[in-house]
Design a protein. Structure first.
Length: 231
């Protein structure tokens, strides 16, 4: 079986080397980067199965790097930070991270989380249809080529924006997406106090795909943070 590759991103050499030792002992290949700019360059050129990403770094921090990464990539990201406040954790997870560990950390716990995230990621991917132009959300099927959405056998008519929003959120199933992130990825323009715009379209989308829009099954509200799609 081909070895899985982990990208370690941290501006502290001691931490990079420590993590590398433990990952190598578990049979993983490792690549190291010192900041978010280097990390993004590596991901564009090299296959990476999981990223361990520090938050506080020069040039481009972990939050910025993760948000940029999530525009095109969906491999697991585990964030590291010396910050322990709840809002720091929420910010890290909202940017697209799958897990969060505070420094100083137990290397064995980090390894356990790496294994858990990889297992979950590849289990979910193996359940997805091979055709990347077909997305599924339980009984909802989204055809990217024809831009058709069906719930069971029933065709659901969506506007262009509603379709784009559903596609984007479904591609990020399980990830909490901020209103700003949804707006910038769907409308393709800078977010400028557009919270109501997103809220209105979320409401309309729920009215079309949910059995009970007041008690949504697919598009969940994460109060104070944003929205996420669940299967």
């Amino acid at each position: 079986m081909e070895k899985q590759t982990i990208l370690i991103v941290d501006d502290e050499k001691e931490i990079r080397d420590l993590i590398e030792i433990y990952l190598s002992n578990e049979g993983y290949e490792t690549i190291k980067a010192t900041n978010g700019v280097e990390a993004l360059e590596i991901v564009e050129k090299t296959h990476v199965d999981l990223i361990i990403l520090d938050i506080m770094m020069p040039k481009k921090d972990g939050i910025q790097a993760c948000m940029e990464l999530r525009k095109t990539k969906n491999m697991p990201v585990i964030m590291l930070s010396a910050k322990t406040q709840d809002m720091d954790k929420i910010l890290g997870l909202t940017s697209g991270a799958d897990d969060y560990l505070t420094k100083p950390f137990n290397p064995l716990e980090l390894i356990a989380r790496v294994k858990s995230q990889l297992r979950r990621y590849y289990t979910l991917n193996s359940e997805k249809p091979r055709n990347e132009n077909i997305l599924t959300l339980d009984d909802i099927t989204i055809n990217i080529n024809t831009r058709e959405v069906k719930k069971g056998t029933d065709l659901i008519k969506l506007t262009k924006t509603e379709f784009d929003m559903l596609e984007y959120m479904t591609r990020n199933t399980g990830i909490v997406l901020s209103v700003e992130k949804i707006y910038e990825n769907v409308w393709k323009e800078e977010f400028l106090e557009s919270e109501n715009t997103v809220m209105v379209h979320i409401r309309k989308l729920r009215e079309k795909i949910e059995d009970d829009p007041r008690n949504p099954r697919y598009i969940k509200t994460v109060w104070g943070v944003g929205y996420k799609v669940e299967k």
